[in-house]
Design a protein around this ligand. Structure first.
Ligand code: NAP
Length: 287
């Protein structure tokens, strides 16, 4: 059963259209180079229409993996494909594992606190997730490789890609957790002081410090860098001609790079250039 006829799951015509439009997404992100206004995270604003951070992240990011799973289970039937090859399921699995961590485990169970999100950022992220899921899902569920022989001869590249993807994911998780530890430590400290004074402990919302462990020694957005490595590996699994995996990586980089540069300016303003030192924004030694 289709949720939206010819769109979810997509007809071939509509899938090709989404894939074409999706490759132009970097043009939209050009606005991020010109504007410093980004009402989320460190640069969140106070607004009556803000969405609470944890709920915002969980809802805007979940739409991607849920739509991808839905397309994987509905499109093959419509196209009379009996069984998708294991290479397709491997890539779908990589995507789902990442987003279960990003959209469910991270905001709802691990992050001590998250700044509120403006609805505009939420809507853009929601659209990003939906376009990406249709683009990747269409390729994986019937408009890309449909037999094991379509993957034949590329097993070495798939294995290397899978290893790169896994290291990227682990690096992303490690650096995410280093940021969490800053707030967990602040919460422990506040709890101790509150117990001494017999008062309730305060919140750790908006507690920031300059992270220092792992690749944070070299770049302020090490978690972004690791995520790019992860989706670089994912593209390698799909192969050079996997346009949706390439578009996903390019679109992530074009939206996260200006955000990281803005974040570096934010760190320098808040903590001073001395404290930030030689660290780059996201690529060691470069930017
Ligand atoms: N932003 C994007 O465009 C984007 C796109 C694709 C994937 N992602 C991935 O999603 C994850 C989160 O992205 P993000 O842009 O929200 O990252 P972020 O701004 O670095 O924030 C991540 C989390 O750590 C907290 N935090 C950040 N810097 C901190 C510091 N110096 N001290 C203490 N806590 C700190 C944040 O709290 P606050 O919310 O209170 O600031 C938030 O809970 C990353 O792993 C990234 O790779 C992001």
């Amino acid at each position: 059963m289709a949720i939206v006829e010819n769109w979810l799951p997509p007809s071939r015509e509509n899938w090709e259209l989404i894939c074409k439009i999706w490759q132009w997404f970097p043009v939209i992100t050009a606005a991020q180079w010109l504007l410093d206004w980004y009402p989320q995270g460190k640069t969140s604003i106070i607004s009556r229409i803000n969405i609470p951070g944890k709920i915002g992240w969980a809802t805007m990011e979940s739409v991607g993996f849920i739509s991808l799973i839905y397309i994987m289970y509905t499109l093959p039937g419509e196209l009379r494909i009996k069984e998708l090859p294991w290479g397709n399921w491997t890539m779908a699995g990589c995507f789902v594992i990442h987003y279960v961590y990003r959209a469910v485990i991270s905001p709802l169970f691990l992050n001590p606190s998250m700044s509120p999100i403006h609805p505009l950022v939420w809507i853009l992220a929601f659209c990003f997730q939906l376009c990406n899921a249709i683009s990747l899902g269409g390729w994986l569920a019937g408009y890309g490789p449909t037999t094991n022989s379509d993957w034949a001869g590329r097993y070495w590249a798939m294995e290397i890609g899978l290893v790169i993807w896994a290291w990227g994911l682990l690096g992303n998780m490690f650096h995410d957790d280093d940021l969490r530890e800053i707030r967990r430590a602040a919460a422990r400290k506040q709890k101790k002081e509150a117990e001494k004074l017999g008062k309730p402990a305060g919140s750790v919302d908006k507690v920031y410090m300059v992270p220092k462990n792992g690749l944070f020694q070299y770049v302020l957005f090490a978690h972004y860098l690791c995520e790019w490595v992860e989706w670089g590996g994912f593209w390698l699994i799909g192969g050079w001609n996997c346009v949706p995996a390439r578009a996903f990586l390019v679109n992530e980089i074009t939206t996260m790079l200006p955000r990281a540069l803005q974040g570096k300016r934010w760190y320098e303003k808040k903590f001073g250039k001395d404290k930030v030192g030689n660290r780059k924004a996201v690529i060691p030694g470069l930017v």
